[in-house]
Design a protein around this ligand. Structure first.
Ligand code: GRF
Length: 203
């Protein structure tokens, strides 16, 4: 299977996926890492690991439709079976999302359906929840609302600030996202009535 990973910045989730895929010998190829920002730090890691990289700049593009069309053309050059959004900070048009229906995953740093959108750790602290976490889900047109593949939880501890909580969640993301992508690559995910079922296996 061919995987294309989209990033906007640091790319630590992308790195976790690349490392796991190689260490565990997944039946797939990370065909490309694509960013909407030239200065995304993760591009350096990808290039250093022999992965094709590309930049589709979002800055200065006239419309969301124009950007998404350019992005789709770049992604499809690599004929992906799966598109992985890993810290990709763009809202995508419904037409783009539809084109990758059932083959695009995202990670969101909260226990969805709680706290969609931005500043999830601040939202969690303000709500006073005692458990927080991260969610991997299929991408649908409604932001942060697609069928849930996997979740990981962390405690919210007394004295936590956004930074401490974000770090705790990120450490879980690095375990969770590779596992979910591996399930997809191994054809273990099925969606029925908006609910994801995971076929049993080693994990
Ligand atoms: C992660 O917390 C991800 O859940 C969120 O943005 C962060 C990206 O981090 N959407 P990285 O680029 O994977 O290091």
């Amino acid at each position: 299977k061919n995987i294309v990973i989209l990033i906007s910045g640091r790319g630590s989730n992308m790195q976790a996926i690349v490392r796991a895929a190689r260490a565990e010998g997944w039946p797939c190829r990370i065909a490309a890492v694509i960013s909407n920002r030239q200065d995304a730090e993760g591009l350096v890691f990808a290039a250093d690991h022999g992965i094709a990289t590309a930049v589709v700049p979002s800055k200065g593009v006239a419309s969301r439709e124009d950007f998404d069309a350019a992005l789709r053309a770049e992604i499809d050059r690599f004929q992906p079976d799966l598109v992985v959004l890993a810290g990709f900070m763009r809202i995508l048009t419904p037409a783009f999302v539809e084109h990758y229906a059932g083959r695009m995953l995202n990670i969101h740093p909260s226990l969805l359906p709680s706290f969609p959108g931005l500043a999830t750790h601040r939202q969690a602290l303000q709500a006073g929840v005692k458990v927080h976490g991260a969610t991997v889900h299929f991408v649908t047109a409604e932001l942060d609302h697609g069928p849930i593949v996997a979740q990981a939880t962390v405690p919210v501890l007394p004295g936590d600030d956004e930074h401490a909580l974000a770090d705790r969640v990120l450490a879980q993301e690095h375990q969770l996202y590779p596992r979910a992508v591996r399930w997809f690559v191994e054809d273990r995910l099925a969606i029925s009535n908006g609910v994801v079922h995971v076929a049993s296996g080693q994990l």
